[in-house]
Design a protein around this ligand. Structure first.
Ligand SMILES: N[C@@H](CCC(=O)N[C@@H](CS)C(=O)NCC(=O)O)C(=O)O
Length: 225
């Protein structure tokens, strides 16, 4: 059985969990936070999520884990059969990661420490997000799914990317970023209504308090140095 290591307040953890639930694969969860020795032993960069496969292999990096799950458990496919269409799905995921998720994440240290975000940083982030908005507007179909008629890995991936875009990017820039991509808000709302999304969200809320306590302890320790 697969073990999913990490914590439910992490959007990366949750996207892998959503894939496992979507494919109805049995798995167990092992609560681990960033910085723990146990996590470093199984995740080379010490990042969440990591999985232990049924064969005892340790894997990290959410997109790599998603591909492994798809290849190992092809039933209920999340990628199209056609290689070109599969590449388009991965293109959407990569663009969302590079131009939506990662720039929005630059605000996290400021938000958690309560420090003011320099205008220079806000400007840089806005510029990258603008590129993401343009690219995703060109690529996403929302008919009804992000890459067309079939629900794919990109639907799950981008839905969890968007939690970071909304929570950090939009709130700090006072800019409704998802509304800039035609059809994205409606699709995002539809994604949030699924039973799996709601179960994942319920677990996230349960973990949120403990996660925030850990973050605050880390911020306090850093300030005391
Ligand atoms: N590229 C990685 C990023 C994972 C990541 O940044 N995870 C965060 C939690 S959301 C983490 O492990 N943070 C702890 C740390 O950076 O020490 C992936 O796709 O899995």
């Amino acid at each position: 059985m697969i073990t999913l290591h990490g914590f439910a307040a992490s959007n990366y953890y949750n996207l892998v969990k959503h894939v496992l639930l979507y494919k109805q694969l049995p798995f167990q969860e092992n609560l681990l936070y960033g910085g723990s020795d146990e996590l470093l032993a199984i995740s080379p960069a010490g990042k969440v999520p990591a999985i232990t496969t049924a064969d005892g292999l340790y894997l990290s990096e959410s997109s790599v884990i998603c591909d492994f799950i798809e290849e190992t458990y092809p039933a209920t496919p999340l990628y199209p059969e056609n290689a070109g269409e599969r590449a388009v799905v991965r293109q959407i995921m990569k663009i969302a990661e590079l131009y939506f998720e990662l720039p929005s994440r630059r605000f996290i240290p400021y938000v958690f420490s309560g420090a003011e975000i320099p205008e220079l940083v806000k400007g840089e982030v806005r510029q990258v997000l603008n590129r993401g908005v343009t690219a995703l507007s060109r690529l996403c179909q929302f008919s009804p799914w992000i890459a067309g008629e079939q629900l794919t890995m990109a639907d799950i991936y981008v839905y969890y990317v968007n939690t970071i875009v909304s929570t950090f990017g939009s709130s700090q820039l006072e800019w409704d970023i998802l509304a800039e991509v035609p059809g994205m808000k409606e699709w995002n709302d539809a994604m949030s209504q699924s039973v799996i999304s709601q179960n994942v969200e319920a677990d996230r809320l349960i973990n949120k308090t403990e996660f925030m306590q850990k973050v605050q302890a880390q911020v306090k320790a850093a300030k005391a140095k």
